[in-house]
Design a binder for this molecule. Sequence first.
Ligand SMILES: NC(=O)c1ccc[n+]([C@@H]2O[C@H](COP(=O)([O-])OP(=O)(O)OC[C@H]3O[C@@H](n4cnc5c(N)ncnc54)[C@H](OP(=O)(O)O)[C@@H]3O)[C@@H](O)[C@H]2O)c1
Length: 269
Amino acid sequence: MRRAYAVVTGASSGIGRELAKVLAREGYALVLVARRTEALRELADALLQAHGTPSVVVGVDLVTPEGVDELVREVRTRGLDVEVLVNSAGSGLAGAFTSLSVEPQLAMIDLNVRVLTALTHAFLPALVTRRRGYVLHLASMAAFQPGPLMAVYYATKAYVLSFSHALHEEMRGTGVHVTALCPGYTETEFAARAAEDSRPRLFQGSFGRSEPRVVAEVGWRAVRRNQAQVVPGLRGVLGTWFMRLLPRPLQVRMARYINTSTGPGVSRA
Ligand SMILES: NC(=O)c1ccc[n+]([C@@H]2O[C@H](COP(=O)([O-])OP(=O)(O)OC[C@H]3O[C@@H](n4cnc5c(N)ncnc54)[C@H](OP(=O)(O)O)[C@@H]3O)[C@@H](O)[C@H]2O)c1
């Protein structure tokens, strides 16, 4: 029997890296995707040592016009039998909408929305044909309400959540599972990249923090069980419910409080 592959974007760090480890343990061969090829190679070596997992390393900037095509071509040329797609590559930006330049915010929309959508469109039909497959999208607790001071990031994650729920329903009866994984603050490189010049309360762990390893395990379990969405951790579940109970104007004020900076950048603090 041919070996089934899992394509994992954002595999060079954080949640994507941990999901790659989980999938290797589960017996999948891997396509590891991110810009930092060296980090991907190190992970590929570690997975080979630990589980005998073969990996294909694809070092690509997915935001470039040719990025998605490059990855899809690599997978098709090699004739890989893809059973799992994890869309974990993503970025955030903290700050008031008008104080941030527009280009990085548009690049964030590109990565979090366009790339995720294009990759899902490229790989999903083959999963349906083989009548078995798993698509795991990294949404966020940010998906559940608007987020002043991270306005574009929250909006991209609302898209991911909505898109995942719709696809989950479209895939009913096909054997393909689609899940939105919605973590709260998780200790990865995300915070330092998103908040170079500010220190939002969110990234100080005042509202709880998760380990990427735990988030990855929760996400994989949820997509195996065919849950449309999952929020890791009791604190995350309660926080989401609490937010849902609030009227919209209060949700937005609460999110603003959480995203308000209290000092210099996370990377400099
Ligand atoms: N950490 C949190 O608190 C948190 C909470 C909720 C949701 N999330 C979501 O979880 C996902 C993973 O984030 P993380 O926390 O694991 O952060 P992370 O450690 O910063 O990982 C982000 C990954 O995306 C890759 N990436 C970024 N830009 C890319 C590009 N242009 N092309 C290809 N790959 C790119 C990065 O690799 P390279 O730099 O090597 O390209 C890295 O592997 C994101 O979608 C994020 O929005 C995170």
